[in-house]
Design a protein around this ligand. Sequence first.
Ligand code: FES
Length: 87
Amino acid sequence: MNEKVIKVVVCSGTACYVMGGSELLLLGDHIPAKWKGNVELEGSPCLGYCKDKSNGKAPFALVDGELISQATIPDILRKIGEKLGER
Ligand code: FES
């Protein structure tokens, strides 16, 4: 049993939202049952990353503090898996 809790922050600011962030907010429906106790999901107003092009493109999400640009649900799930040590 993995006791780790991975915090996932999905940006729901305007730039991210229009670039696909709205879909990311459905992430909760895609978390596998085995991870239910390991993932803390949060929506956030603009995280500020869209203001600087060097961060990549919207939508942005943070997985355990690690920035993902052009985030998709599979990208986020893959990163959570990595953080939980399931590669
Ligand atoms: S709207 Fe998402 S980082 Fe600004």
